[in-house]
Design a protein around this ligand. Sequence first.
Ligand code: ATP
Ligand code: MTE
Length: 206
Amino acid sequence: MTDTTLPTPDARCDTIKVGIVSISDRASSGTYEDKGLPALRDWLGHALYNPIDYVERLIPDEQATISQTLIALVDAGCNLVLTTGGTGPAKRDVTPEATLAVAHKEMPGFGEQMRQVSLKFVPTAILSRQVAVIRDECLIINLPGQPKSIQETLGGLKDADGKQVVDGVFAAVPYCIDLIGGPYMETRDAFCKGWRPKTALKSKRI
Ligand SMILES: Nc1ncnc2c1ncn2[C@@H]1O[C@H](COP(=O)(O)OP(=O)(O)OP(=O)(O)O)[C@@H](O)[C@H]1O
Ligand SMILES: Nc1nc2c(c(=O)[nH]1)N[C@H]1C(S)=C(S)[C@@H](COP(=O)(O)O)O[C@H]1N2
């Protein structure tokens, strides 16, 4: 799937500013083509009715660079930042440390849920140390580096009939963004159904 197949955003929805960060020594040096940023744009473009204003970065696995990048994206007004890569146990994998270093609050449920979901796909899911944090009015979530893990962790697992078997973590993102004072996110439920308590529902598309 490429960006050209994306559904049209609904202009009645709030525009959301989203930071996407691909963290890879080899992709950032041109050894291989980066597939992280296109996969993130593709997934979010299918999941949300909201127009999305992206701020994109492709950077190496350097802890200081990662932390500085996250701070800059939050300061630029992003309410959601998704990183991909550098969550494993290898020496150069430092994304969780760099993310925790800029945290105002930790959100451990996201990491726990992503590892649970990922175990349905790969036995090595346990090797990802991915975390999620709040900084100011922004939710920052780490995803593993394998481009296919973006869909797996955000969207979860569906059966052959398209019925959701295990929720991905994105279902919890819209309400989390509400609670930290961000824009109202509306999901395309056939692709990924966001969850809010009834008292928090206020569709902008009606
Ligand atoms: N940004 C990316 N674009 C394309 N493929 C990627 C990307 N990041 C990771 N991969 C693929 O997923 C595999 C595992 O990712 P991982 O983050 O562990 O890479 P790595 O071994 O740390 O190396 P690097 O940081 O140089 O990508 C890689 O070997 C590569 O095949
Ligand atoms: N959903 C999902 N989770 C996954 C994977 C995957 O392919 N899909 N790869 C695992 C592997 S092999 C590793 S080493 C860790 C860390 O990956 P990273 O260092 O690329 O972030 O994520 C794990 N989690």
